[in-house]
Design a protein around this ligand. Structure first.
Ligand SMILES: Cc1cc2nc3c(=O)[nH]c(=O)nc-3n(C[C@H](O)[C@H](O)[C@H](O)COP(=O)(O)OP(=O)(O)OC[C@H]3O[C@@H](n4cnc5c(N)ncnc54)[C@H](O)[C@@H]3O)c2cc1C
Length: 332
């Protein structure tokens, strides 16, 4: 089934080329995908953005650390972004991409891609840009998922300032917890590392002690939550250590399953390998934001989207030249 594009604020079928293809199908409409779409549309490219509507920071009330946008609700940023790209004729499509397949090469030119959505619709694009973000897999302790993004957090740069000088717990559910606790000490002098299943080495204990980070031994049973707010960390022995927020290290997984059939190379951590512009090992496939780099913040993801759009448009310019060279004079 082909897809009637532009059903959600886009410019309808008029945005696709005569061959029914978009220049670029962007998968994911967070900061990375929308910024790429903005730059590409301003370069007069035909662009569709397919978005499942679940940006990573959705559970948080505010987005911090984006110059000129500091403290803005995450959804408000995306609302502005969507209306900006729609004004340039980008087709915004609510949906989820299941599969991306390479189309056969045409003559000497590069083949494009078919992008399959849940429900059976298919879009075609000359290039595909992955901006689907990542999935945070949280430790299974009661209270963690319920409070995630409120007072159970991961990123000190996003939330540390708002919790400055407050009593903070770091849950020892990940080998990175010792470093996490030492980092958080920059924002508050009252940090407790809950060892849980970790066994910090003597050296780690010395480093924690030197910075005044207390280590609470014993397994964590749950977060003590009252009236929708973390009040403390409950240990298996029944003690509750009062805390106003808890930090955890999730397992981060790129949302890139739809690329499985393309054979994109991966880096040593298992993420799609890209160059600095977001080019993957498969020509015509790009990846930006958290789908390519778990460290990317919102502003970084947006910047990666813009940088990829520059390079992607240049590749399309080269392809257009090659095609024109093969066409009868004056028809390229
Ligand atoms: C609780 C929390 C708070 C945070 N706070 C901040 C903060 O204050 N400041 C900051 O800079 N960063 C913050 N971050 C990090 C921030 O969320 C990321 O840096 C940012 O979201 C990355 O942008 P992105 O465009 O790569 O991905 P996302 O924003 O996650 O957007 C990806 C989009 O792709 C869509 N998608 C996924 N799969 C598919 C599919 N198969 N088909 C179609 N669409 C799909 C998703 O639904 C989503 O809409 C926070 C993260 C968390 C978890």
């Amino acid at each position: 089934m082909d897809m009637t594009a532009g059903q959600n604020g886009g410019s309808g079928n008029g945005n696709r080329g005569g061959d029914g293809r978009y220049d670029v199908v962007v998968i994911g409409g967070g900061a990375g995908g929308l910024n790429a779409a903005l730059v590409l549309a301003r370069a007069r490219r035909r662009v569709a953005v397919v978005d499942a509507g679940e940006p990573r920071n959705a559970p948080a009330a505010r987005m911090q650390g984006f110059l000129s946008r500091d403290g803005m609700p995450p959804a408000a940023l995306l609302e502005v972004g969507r209306s900006e790209v729609a004004a340039y004729g980008v087709d915004l499509i609510d949906g989820s991409v299941d599969e991306v397949l390479q189309e056969p090469r045409e003559g000497g030119g590069p083949g494009g891609f078919s992008v399959g959505l849940a429900g059976g619709a298919v879009l075609r694009g000359r290039h595909v840009l992955l901006a689907t973000g990542l999935r945070d897999e949280l430790p299974g302790l009661p209270g963690v998922r319920e409070q995630w993004g409120k007072d159970v957090l991961f990123c000190p740069y996003c939330h540390g300032y708002e919790l400055r000088d407050r009593p903070i717990g770091v849950l020892g559910t990940h080998p990175g917890a010792v470093g996490h606790a030492l980092l958080l000490r920059q924002w508050s002098a009252d940090i407790v590392l809950f060892a849980h299943t970790l066994e910090p080495s003597e050296d780690e204990r010395a480093r924690l002690a030197a910075r005044g980070v207390r280590v609470e031994e014993g397994e964590v049973k749950r977060l003590a939550v009252e009236d929708g707010t973390v009040r403390g960390v409950e240990l298996a022995d029944g003690r509750v250590v009062p805390r106003e927020a808890a930090f955890v290290f999730p397992r981060m997984v790129p949302r890139d399953g739809m690329l499985a059939g393309l054979g994109c190379a991966r880096d040593e951590m298992g993420w799609p390998a890209t160059d600095r512009a977001g080019r993957t090992s498969v020509p015509g496939v790009w990846a930006v934001g958290n789908a390519a780099d778990p460290r990317a913040q919102v502003v970084t993801a947006a910047g990666m989207g813009a940088a990829a759009a520059f390079a992607l448009n240049l590749d399309l310019v080269d392809e257009d030249v090659e095609r024109a060279l093969l066409a009868p004079v004056g028809q390229g």
